[in-house]
Structure formats: C-alpha cells, structure tokens
Design a protein around this ligand. Sequence first.
Ligand SMILES: N[C@@H](CCC(=O)N[C@@H](CS)C(=O)NCC(=O)O)C(=O)O
Length: 220
Amino acid sequence: MALNPKGVVPTLVHDGQVITDSAVIIQYLDEKFPNPTLTPAALELQEIMQGWIDLQNQFPMREVMYGNYKGLEGLVLRRSVQIKQRLLPQLMQAHPELKTQYEVKLKDVKQWNSTIQNSQAIANINRKIEPMLTQLETQLIQTEWLCGATYSLADVVWTAVLNRLKELKFGYLWADNTRPALSAYFHCLKARPSFKAAIQGDEMPLPMLLAGLRRTFLNI
Ligand SMILES: N[C@@H](CCC(=O)N[C@@H](CS)C(=O)NCC(=O)O)C(=O)O
C-alpha cells in the first residue's frame, strides 16, 4: 500500500523509482531497455499503439476474471475478495499512516465484491467482450499486428487479455472461424518465445489453490 496506493500488482521499483500500472510499467521498461524496442518509430503509430493500450486498460478484466472463473478456482478467487474485505479494516488499524489509501481500497473492494457476486452485473460486463473482439478483428484483417507490420507493446497487453479470456472459456468467440484474423493472431502470439516464458503454465499453483481452499472451507 505504501508503494502503490491502489494496493495492486504489478508494482515495479527500479533505480529507486516506483512505477505502477502495467501499461505504464511496460512503457517504462521499453524506454529503459530499448533493444529491441517495442514502440514504433512513427508518431502516428505511437498514437495508435496508445489507443490499443488504453482500450485494454478500460476493460474491467478484474471483474471479468473473478466473476467468470468456474469450479474450485472460481470459488477460491471470489472468497479471496471477501477475505480481503474483512482484513482491510484490520490492516488499516495496524497502519494508521496509510489510512487514506486503505479507505479507498476498502471502498473499491466492497464494490468489486458486490459486482462479482451479482450474476446480472457480470452478464452485463461480459456483453462488452464481443464488440471489443470485433474491433480487434477489424484491425487484424488489415495488419499482421495491432500497429501494422511490427509487434509492439499493444500486442503485449492484448496477449494477456486474450489468454485470460481463453482461460475463462471465451475462446469460442474467435474459434471456428468466427473471427479468423483474431484466431490467426492469437496463434502467432502463442508461438512467441515470450509467451512460453511468461504465460504458458501460468496456472494457479497447487499450494496456492490448497491455501485458498483451506481459507475458503476452514476459515484459516
Ligand atoms: N490497471 C492495473 C490493474 C492492476 C490490477 O487490478 N491488478 C490485480 C491483479 S489480479 C490485483 O492486484 N488485484 C488485487 C486487488 O485489486 O486487490 C494494471 O494494469 O496494473
């Protein structure tokens, strides 16, 4: 909370500087480590890239994820938000210097909790997914990557979103030739070594699942 008042990951500390928000973090990293750069040289393309990053940022992925996950993982995830809501007042008391941050966080977590327990609210949010995928398809019919011929930070952020949507069983929205350009694009993303290094095998580790189940069923 001291580093990142929103109390979320990722939070990067580099050279004594605290950088929050994944979109800002990847842009920071690309600037600091530009070989190879994932930012197009042309200003016009940079604006397009920013547009795709902003679109991703506006998408309520947290609610989509916690609201749609099925099975035991879903149970554990949703329960973890309830536990968070219960623990935050205790943390606030223990760290009075961070009271303001904790108050904002608690309000946000309450809202998050009520959204993910409300199937109608989740259904409404889910309806935003398809138009967004159509927007991607329209672009990808014309260009290989989101900003044209070269892979960029826009593709980095959408790799995470598409992979998460696939995990949440929304992959049918681009499978079976419903959105062929998007389907081919996702294939190309998955074939990249960075995908294998960073995302593949990113399942909830067993110890984490077990700890979550203990909390969920035994309240410890
Ligand atoms: N827009 C932020 C969103 C960060 C975010 O929501 N992170 C989640 C990752 S699951 C988190 O830390 N959630 C815990 C919480 O909100 O308490 C970013 O991209 O960095």
